[in-house]
Design a protein around this ligand. Structure first.
Ligand code: ADP
Ligand code: MG
Length: 252
């Protein structure tokens, strides 16, 4: 039997009476790569904010690996094994990609202790393997500030993976990237999906087609439809609310 990594029941989030999420039901299997799409304002970012504990639900509950996340802080939820990649890269520009990854795999998160203390052999091995996975072995020792936007995004995804989360949440990873960089991020997520559970929020349909297995369409805070990319693209409700309208720039 497949275990559920995430189960969300009747989730409602009200902001001064406005329901950003409205009786949302959602579940995801352990090991799954899921893409969540939806027009601007559908509630996608709020959905991630709830899972990570940044925002508390008005009603309903979020279960992570069978555990109710209610009343846990953002920090406690992160420690349980939920890692989040924000839209803009948050890497240390003066440090190298290798140093950035070394910092992320150090549970103490202390810059000075990490930089001046030798990592254990397994940690060094993990960092080298991650540099390969994210396609940056040749840029491992230059300042991260010299990387392209796409390379920084890949580095940050590597930094997230270095923390060994059980569930990776990735919010619009290809916004503002070139086609080639977008493709690289897609291949990276597909490679990571072989050994991780990943939830990706995305707007770029070309990218969604590249990586999608199962897609969930959000609309006005609820699940509108769910299925593989063909089913979703042929669903009349989805065409009406999402594919039929020109996607707007979303930078929330
Ligand atoms: P998406 O990421 O799908 O574009 P969001 O989750 O950012 O959508 O927002 C969903 C709706 O909730 C939007 O109408 C937005 O204006 C509203 N919203 C989000 N956060 C807040 C907040 N803190 N206070 C009031 N309204 C909010
Ligand atoms: Mg958003």
């Amino acid at each position: 039997m497949t275990e559920k990594i995430l189960e969300i029941e009747n989730l409602t989030v009200s902001f001064d009476g406005f329901k950003a999420l409205n009786q949302l039901n959602f579940s995801m299997d352990e090991g799954e790569l899921r893409v969540v799409i939806g027009p601007n304002g559908a509630g996608k970012t709020t959905f991630l904010d709830i899972i990570t504990g940044k925002v508390q639900p008005t009603e309903g509950r979020v279960m992570f690996k069978g555990r109710n996340l209610r009343a846990l802080s953002e920090h406690q939820i992160a420690r349980l094994g939920i890692g989040r990649k924000f839209q803009t890269p948050r890497v240390y520009l003066n440090l190298t990609p290798r140093e950035n990854l070394e910092l992320s795999c150090n549970p103490n998160k202390n810059v000075f202790a990490t930089l001046f203390k030798k990592l254990s052999a397994p940690q060094r091995h993990q960092v080298s393997a991650l540099l390969e996975t994210i396609g940056l072995p040749n840029k491992a020792n230059i300042p991260a500030g010299l990387l392209s936007h796409g390379e920084k995004q890949r580095l940050e995804i590597g930094m997230l993976v270095a923390q060994s989360p059980d569930l990776l949440l990735v919010d619009e990873p290809v916004a503002g990237l070139t086609d080639e960089e977008t493709y690289n991020i897609g291949e990276l997520l597909l490679a990571l999906a072989e050994s991780h559970s990943i939830l990706v929020i995305e707007h770029d349909m070309e990218f969604v087609r590249q990586i999608a297995r199962k897609v969930t369409v959000l609309h006005e805070g609820s699940v509108l439809c769910e299925g593989n990319i063909e089913e979703v693209q042929n669903d009349p409700r989805t065409i009406e609310v999402y594919l039929g309208t020109a996607p707007e720039e979303d930078d929330a």
